[in-house]
Design a protein around this ligand. Structure first.
Ligand code: AMP
Ligand code: MG
Length: 487
C-alpha cells in the first residue's frame, strides 16, 4: 500500500498536561468514498491535494489510516448547554489528528468529525451522517468566502455505513475540519470547575502564544487575553448580525477562544427579516434567536472571565472588578463593529450620530413588510424601478431619508457603491437550498446539487450571480422553518 499523504504535523496541544485530552485512534469504517476535497485549503496546509484523493488519502480522511506524525486525540471540555451546566462534554465524535503550520504562517488543527466513539462520547455513537456534514461544509465555506472568521472544511467522505437517528437509518459521513484551534470557553470551564489552577495557567499561556501573541508582554496577560477574546467574539457576532446568520447553538462549548465561528449545527441564514427568528428545533425557549446573539455571546464571555478570576488579580474583589470592566467593554465594542458593518451595507462612508436609527428604521420596515434580508440590501445596492425602494414602494420614505443622508458628490457615490457591492452578498447558502442538497444526497446519493451550491456560495459577492436561481427567496412551499441538529 502506498504511503499516506505527507503532512508536516507540528503538534502543540499534545504537549500540554495529559488531562487536556485522551489519546486514541479513529474507528475505521467499511467503505469510504470521497465526496468533496477543498484543494485550495489543502495547498494552504502544505498538503498535496492529489495525495488526499488517492486511496490512502481517502483512508486517512475516513480515519482508516493514520498519517505519519499524526498524534490523534479527543479534547476535553465542559460547557453550559442552553444555560445548563454540564461538567464534562469533550470531543465525543471528533478526533484531532494534529496541527500544521500553513503556508500563511498560521497554525491549524486538522480534525475528523464523525470518526468514532471517544472517552467523551457519553451515550453517543461518535458518528455523523451526511446531512450535518454537507451543511457544515457548505455553510462554513460560504462564511469564509463572506469574510467571516470560521473553521473550514477540508474534505467530506461517506463511510459506507449507516447511522441511526430519529429520522431512521442514514448514510454515515465524516467531515475533515480545519480550525485555528478548537479551544472553547468550555475548555477553560472544564479546568475551572475542577479548580485546576495550573491547567488554567497552561491553557492561558497556550492561547496567548497561539492566538494573541500581542498580549504576551502586557502587564496583566490574562486580563489582556480576556479583552482580546471579548473583542474577537463581539466582532464576530456583529459580522453574523450583518449577514442574518443564526448559529443556533451558542453554548459555551461552541464559543471559540480564537473568535471563529465553530460547531455548525442547526445554523441558518434568515430569509425574511425577523428579529426573534429561531431555526433550531431544540431551541424551545428561543435562547439563541437572532436578536439574542450579542447578549448570549457576552454571557459566554462572563463565563470565560469567571474561569480567569484567579489569574486576573490575587485580591478576589479586585479580580472581579477587572473582569466586570472587561465584560462591560463587550457592548461598546459590539456596537462599534455593528455600526461599521451596517454602515458599509448602506454605503455610508462617514459616521453620523443617528446612523443607528437609520439602520433600525430599515430593519423595522423589512420586518413589518416581510422582506427578505439579503435581497433587500442587494436591491439597495443595485436599484431597479420595481424594488421596494421605488416610489409607491414600502421603503420609499426610508429611501428618501437615506438619500438625504448620503453625500451626493460623485467620488463619494462611487466609493459608497463599491463598499455596498462588497458588503451585501448576492448569494448566501439559503436553508431551503441546503435542505435540497441534503435530500438529494440521502435519497439518491446525488452530490451534484451540493457541488453546484458550494460553487456559488464561495463567490458570494460576484455580480454575475445576480438573477441566478440561488439568489431567490424560497417560495411559500420551500420555506424551511426548522433545522435539526440530528447529531
Ligand atoms: P454539539 O451540540 O454538536 O456542539 O455537541 C455537544 C456535545 O455532544 C459534544 O461533547 C459532542 O462531542 C457530543 N456529541 C454530539 N453528537 C455526538 C455523537 N453522535 N456521539 C458522541 N458524542 C456526540
Ligand atoms: Mg459543540
Amino acid at each position: 500500500m502506498p504511503d499516506t499523504p505527507t503532512i508536516a504535523f507540528d503538534n502543540s496541544y499534545v504537549t500540554l498536561a495529559p488531562e487536556f485530552y485522551a489519546r486514541l485512534e479513529p474507528t475505521p469504517v467499511s467503505a469510504p468514498e470521497l465526496i468533496a476535497l477543498n484543494e485550495k485549503l489543502a495547498l494552504t496546509l502544505g498538503i498535496d491535494p492529489q495525495s488526499l484523493k488517492s486511496g490512502t488519502g481517502i483512508a486517512m480522511l475516513a480515519g482508516n489510516a493514520i498519517a505519519a506524525g499524526s498524534q490523534p486525540i479527543a479534547m476535553a471540555y465542559a460547557g453550559h448547554q442552553f444555560g445548563t451546566w454540564v461538567p464534562q462534554l469533550g470531543d465525543g465524535r471528533a478526533i484531532l489528528l494534529g496541527e500544521v503550520i500553513g503556508t500563511d504562517g498560521i497554525r491549524y488543527d486538522i480534525q475528523l468529525k464523525g470518526a468514532g466513539r471517544t472517552p467523551f462520547s457519553r451515550g453517543g455513537d461518535g458518528r455523523n451522517w451526511i446531512g450535518p456534514v454537507l451543511r457544515e461544509y457548505v455553510v462554513s465555506e460560504a462564511m469564509a468566502a463572506l469574510g467571516v472568521p470560521t473553521t473550514r472544511a477540508l474534505a467530506a467522505v461517506t463511510s459506507g455505513e449507516t447511522v441511526l437517528r430519529e429520522q431512521g437509518a442514514l448514510p454515515g459521513a465524516i467531515l475533515t475540519r480545519v480550525a485555528r484551534s478548537h479551544i472553547r470557553v468550555g475548555t477553560f470551564q472544564y479546568f475551572a470547575a475542577r479548580q485546576n489552577r495550573s491547567a488554567i495557567e497552561q491553557l492561558t499561556h497556550h492561547v496567548i502564544a497561539r492566538h494573541y501573541p500581542q498580549v504576551a508582554d502586557s502587564e496583566n496577560p490574562a486580563l489582556a487575553m480576556l479583552d482580546a477574546v471579548i473583542q474577537a467574539q463581539s466582532s464576530l457576532i456583529a459580522h453574523w448580525q450583518s449577514l442574518g446568520f443564526i448559529h443556533g447553538v451558542m453554548n459555551t462549548d461552541n464559543a471559540s477562544i480564537s473568535g471563529d465561528t465553530i460547531d455548525y449545527g442547526p445554523c441558518a441564514f434568515m430569509d425574511t427579516y425577523t428579529a426573534d427568528k429561531v431555526f433550531s428545533s431544540i431551541d424551545q425557549g428561543s435562547r439563541y434567536a437572532y436578536q439574542n446573539q450579542p447578549r448570549i455571546a457576552q454571557w459566554n464571555m462572563v463565563n470565560l472571565a469567571q474561569c480567569l478570576l484567579p489569574l486576573l488579580h490575587e485580591d478576589e474583589a479586585e479580580a472581579v472588578r477587572l473582569a466586570q470592566e472587561a465584560i462591560n467593554r463587550f457592548d461598546e465594542h459590539f456596537i462599534e463593529q455593528y455600526l461599521i458593518r451596517m454602515r458599509a451595507k448602506l454605503g455610508l462612508v462617514d459616521e453620523q450620530g443617528d446612523d443607528l436609527a437609520l439602520i433600525s428604521g430599515l430593519l423595522n420596515l423589512m420586518q413589518n413588510n416581510s422582506l427578505d434580508f439579503t435581497i433587500t440590501f442587494r436591491q439597495l445596492t443595485s436599484r431597479s424601478p420595481t424594488d421596494p425602494f421605488a416610489p409607491g414602494g414600502p421603503l420609499h420614505d426610508w429611501y428618501l431619508r437615506w438619500q438625504q443622508r448620503i453625500d451626493a458628490s460623485e467620488p463619494v457615490r462611487a466609493a459608497a457603491q463599491a463598499l455596498m457591492a462588497k458588503s451585501n452578498p448576492v448569494v448566501i447558502p439559503r436553508n431551503h437550498q441546503v435542505e435540497a442538497v441534503i435530500a438529494a444526497a440521502v435519497d439518491s446519493r446525488d452530490y451534484s446539487p451540493f457541488h453546484a451550491l458550494l460553487e456559488v456560495v464561495t463567490r458570494p459577492f460576484d455580480h454575475d450571480l445576480e438573477g441566478s436561481e440561488y439568489t431567490l427567496a424560497p417560495t411559500p412551499e420551500e420555506i424551511v422553518t426548522q433545522t435539526f441538529c440530528g447529531t
